[in-house]
Design a protein around this ligand. Sequence first.
Ligand SMILES: [Zn+2]
Length: 245
Amino acid sequence: MKLDHPDTHLLVLTGAGISAESGIPTFRGSGGVWEGESVARVASLSGFVHDPARVWRFYSERRARGRDAKPNAGHLALAKLEEKLGDRMLIATQNIDGLHQSAGNTRVVELHGNLWKSRCSRCEREPIDDAAEYSPEKLPACGKCHARGEFALLRPHIVWFGEKLSSGVLDRVEAFIRRARKHRFVFLAVGTSGLVAPSSQFVDVARAAGAETWLVNQDRPANAEAFAHVVLGPSGELLPALLQR
Ligand SMILES: [Zn+2]
């Protein structure tokens, strides 16, 4: 991939495929059902309003299962690369598992939120670190709202279906692209079909900004022709060698 040129800027988009090898089950692409639970009920604001206990049971279960997941060789190869590239590298991830940070990456934009954080369903407080599992009898309430004599539940810090990505998240990616386009620019998508907006537009925006475009994915996705280079296979096996070149 030739990343040793001192002018190279690298934007990486990662999706569920990179975490599959760490035992994190993929969420979409399962017919709208995740372990017997309807995604519409547990991954939407209307589902939360209707039945917060059910939603918290679902995410508590995901926290319980995700607790022991470890970054795999693909994550670690990207972490090693950030040590070399520093500010010239940014990861934008669709994953909520936090495994890039566990691997050592610090320049990570989480497009869809983070499983290990919660935020208030009412006020604008910053998301809080929260790995707790909640039982239906004891759902978490916002302390800040409570201090004002109001009651509001905490909710998972996840971008649900029908919700917009926070503007700051996309601003960081766009700012990186604006900077990268003045240099040698490489765009690499890993483990994502890239078909879900706005991530699906990243490759087009990057290509228009002069990027060399790469895709590493288990299967050939419908938008494969948007990439100049397509490498098929498990990212944990492919990335360590690919990123060294
Ligand atoms: Zn609040």
